[in-house]
Design a protein around this ligand. Structure first.
Ligand code: KIV
Ligand code: NA
Length: 265
C-alpha cells in the first residue's frame, strides 16, 4: 500500500468527494486512525494544548514538532501526514520557513507541512512549494496569533470577508495544495470553497468545505472542560479512561487484582 498523496486530495475535489482529517500526536493513536481509514493526519501544534500541557500553541518548538511528527509517521503506513510549522519557525522569512519545513520532511518523514497565514505567508509558501514540499495553508482563526486576535469567529463583516478571500487566493496562487478554514462563517467558507480549485478543510466553518478536521482529543471526549460548539463528540474517552483507572485502583486496594489467573508459578 502507498500513502495518500496531495494529488489524491485534489482529484477528490474534482470528483466532489469529501474527506476527513484528524490530528494525531503519537504513534499508537495514529495507528488506530490509520487502520480506521483516516486518509490525512495533522500533527498539529495543538499538541501544545492537547499533549504537552501548554496554555496555547505558541510555545511549541521545532524539536517537539519533529519528535511527535516522527512518531506519527512511524505509526502509520497509509495516511498522508501533515506537520505544523510551529510559531517562530517561519515568520522570519522564506529561508527560515524552508529550513523548518525541510527538517520536518527529513527528520520526521512528513509528506507535507502546514503554516498559518495567506498573504502574510506568501513568500514562505512559494519557496517551500518550489522546493518540492507540499504546503497546507491555515486561515480564519490562526491560534499562533492568539495574543493579537483572541479566539473568536473570523471573517465577519465585508472587509474581513474580502481579506479572507484574498488570503485564500494568495495561498492557492503560491502553490498551497489545501486551505484550512478555522472558525469562519459557513456562508463565507462555502464561497471560498467554490472559488478555489484546491480543497478547503473546515473546522468550525460549516458543511460546505471539501474536507473536515477535528482535534482528536476533542472529538473523542478526552479533553476536559467545555467544548466549542463546532466539536461533535464521538466518544467519551475521559470517562472511559477515568472509570478504568478507578476500577484498577479499587482492585489493587481491595486485593481483587491480580488474581490467580494473572500470576506465574
Ligand atoms: O493544530 C491544529 O490542530 C490545527 C487544526 C485545528 C487545523 O491547526
Ligand atoms: Na495548528
Amino acid at each position: 500500500t502507498r500513502r495518500v498523496t496531495v494529488r489524491d486530495l485534489n482529484l477528490a475535489k474534482e470528483r466532489g468527494e469529501k474527506w476527513p482529517m484528524l490530528t494525531a500526536y503519537d504513534a499508537m493513536t495514529a495507528s488506530v486512525f490509520d487502520e480506521a481509514g483516516i486518509p490525512v493526519m495533522l500533527v498539529g501544534d495543538s499538541m501544545g494544548n492537547c499533549h504537552l500541557g501548554y496554555e496555547t500553541t505558541v510555545p511549541v518548538t521545532m524539536d517537539e514538532m519533529t519528535l511527535l511528527s516522527a512518531a506519527v509517521v512511524r505509526g502509520t503506513s497509509r495516511a498522508l501526514i501533515v506537520g505544523d510549522l510551529p510559531f517562530g519557525s517561519y515568520q522570519e522569512g522564506a529561508v527560515q520557513a524552508l529550513r523548518s519545513a525541510t527538517r520536518l520532511v527529513k527528520e520526521a518523514g512528513v509528506g507535507a507541512v502546514k503554516l498559518e497565514g495567506g498573504e502574510r505567508s506568501l513568500r514562505q509558501t512559494e519557496l517551500i512549494v518550489q522546493s518540492g514540499i507540499p504546503v497546507m495553508s491555515h486561515l480564519g482563526l490562526t491560534p499562533q496569533s492568539v495574543n493579537a486576535m483572541g479566539y473568536r469567529v473570523q471573517g465577519r463583516g465585508d472587509e474581513a470577508a474580502h481579506q479572507l478571500l484574498r488570503d485564500a487566493k494568495a495561498a492557492q496562487d503560491a502553490g498551497a495544495f489545501a486551505v484550512v478554514l478555522e472558525l469562519v462563517p459557513a456562508e463565507l467558507a462555502a464561497e471560498v470553497t467554490r472559488s478555489l480549485q484546491i480543497p478547503t478543510v473546515g473546522i468550525g466553518a460549516g458543511s460546505q468545505c471539501d474536507a473536515q478536521v477535528l482535534v482528536w482529543t476533542d472529538m473523542m471526549g478526552l479533553t476536559g472542560g467545555r467544548m466549542p460548539k463546532f466539536v461533535k463528540q464521538y466518544a467519551n474517552l475521559r470517562k472511559t479512561m477515568g472509570d478504568a483507572a478507578k476500577a484498577f485502583a479499587e482492585d489493587v486496594v481491595g486485593g481483587t487484582f491480580p488474581l490467580e489467573e494473572h500470576a506465574f508459578h
